[in-house]
Write a protein that binds this ligand. Structure first.
Ligand SMILES: [Zn+2]
Length: 50
């Protein structure tokens, strides 16, 4: 299964105490994932200040 590509099946959403939206998902192989959406959505990663 070297070429296995995880399929992220959504299991639902929850909200952390910090107010972050957390998406839970899992692959049929057993791998699990969480994706965190912070409250500061729309704010790109801070570029290194020059
Ligand atoms: Zn997988």
């Amino acid at each position: 299964m070297a070429d296995h590509v995880h399929v992220r099946l959504s299991q639902g959403l929850s909200v952390s105490e910090a107010g972050e939206l957390i998406e839970h998902s899992h692959c049929r192989c057993g791998a699990t994932f969480t994706k965190v959406f912070t409250a500061n959505d729309g704010e790109p990663e801070q570029p290194p200040s020059s």
